[in-house]
Design a protein around this ligand. Structure first.
Ligand SMILES: [Zn+2]
Length: 311
């Protein structure tokens, strides 16, 4: 397992700069390994307001409370404002709707019929049309009208349940180019875009990644990737509560996330959430009857990695 980590700045989050919109002309970035300027086991109650410069020394999430990095390759959103460009929190990636459905392999952007859908990155359209041959899932017409785009670095994006498709297989597309419109074709409840990111064998239904870690955060927002392991470094399940805290330790926001179903534990994390407001958080969960908690930071435009090994 290779962790890509960068500096932890315990400075004002307003000093962080959101990344420019990524394109796929660049190769996978090799990140400079950086480390926290101070150990984050006990956060100061009031954060320094001056800009701090981090010393580039390694940050290892297996030993640090959290590591913050620029993250990897990021896509732009397939839905653009003023339409709803936010991932639906009710049915996130890997959700089984309390055990009532198969694990969700993508995320939803809930929007009215006819809302324009755009490419998340530059690439080549490898599929455009009705999903009546069950290539990308085990079921015919599961995705309805579907567009699949191949990007660099063996990455793919899927856009499902479309009402209209305006590209053809074989076509080269730029980032942000319109490919169709939101619909509810296939197995869909209400009109929405179902969006997936896959890596490796695109026709393997289990090759999906959590799209929340592949979308550029909105300004002033960052993302969190979490992993819970047992002593043998096997992914474990838990229901996690994330409380955003003010400098006075008041709870500002509460988020809940579930670890992935085992069939989807493909990446380095087994839970993730994008679009978290930059700030301080208390992360807590119960595993095997024991309470675990961490104080962590989320920075604008950055990725926070948290790893907990339950012993
Ligand atoms: Zn979906």
């Amino acid at each position: 397992m290779r962790w890509l980590c960068a500096a932890i700045f315990l400075a004002s989050c307003s000093t962080a700069t959101p990344p420019a919109t990524a394109t796929f002309s660049a190769p996978t970035p090799t990140l400079t390994l950086l480390a926290p300027t101070q150990t984050a086991t006990s956060l100061p109650t009031s954060l320094p307001t001056s800009t701090q410069t981090a010393t580039p020394i390694p940050c290892d999430p297996l030993t640090a409370d959290f590591c913050i990095s620029a993250g990897g390759i990021l896509f732009q959103r397939p839905i653009l404002p003023p339409n709803n460009d936010q991932v639906d929190r009710i049915y996130p990636y890997a959700s089984t709707e309390r055990g009532t459905r198969d694990p969700h392999h993508g995320v939803e952007f809930v929007n009215p019929l006819g809302t324009p859908v755009y490419t998340a990155g530059a690439g080549v359209v490898i599929f455009a049309g009705p999903d009546d041959v069950a290539i990308y899932s085990p079921w015919r017409m599961y995705y309805g009208n579907l567009v699949v785009i191949e990007h660099e670095n063996n990455l793919f994006t899927l856009y499902a349940h479309l009402s209209k498709i305006v590209v053809q297989a074989g076509e080269t597309v730029k980032a942000g180019e319109q490919i169709g419109e939101v619909g509810q074709s296939g197995v869909a409840i209400g009109s929405h875009l179902h969006f997936e990111v896959r890596r490796g064998d695109v026709e393997d239904y289990s090759s999906t990644m959590n799209p929340e870690l592949w979308l550029t955060p909105r300004p002033s927002f960052g993302m969190l990737a979490f992993a819970l392991f047992d002593a043998e470094m096997r992914f474990q399940r838990a229901a996690i509560t994330l409380e955003q805290r003010s400098d006075a330790d008041e709870i500002l926001n509460v988020y809940y996330l579930e670890t992935y179903h085992r069939s989807l534990a493909l990446g380095e994390e087994n839970a993730a959430i994008g679009d978290l407001p930059a700030g301080r958080y208390r992360l807590a969960f119960i595993y095997n009857g024991k309470m675990y908690e961490r104080q962590i930071e989320v920075e604008s435009g950055k990725r926070t990695d948290v790893v907990i090994i339950a012993r």
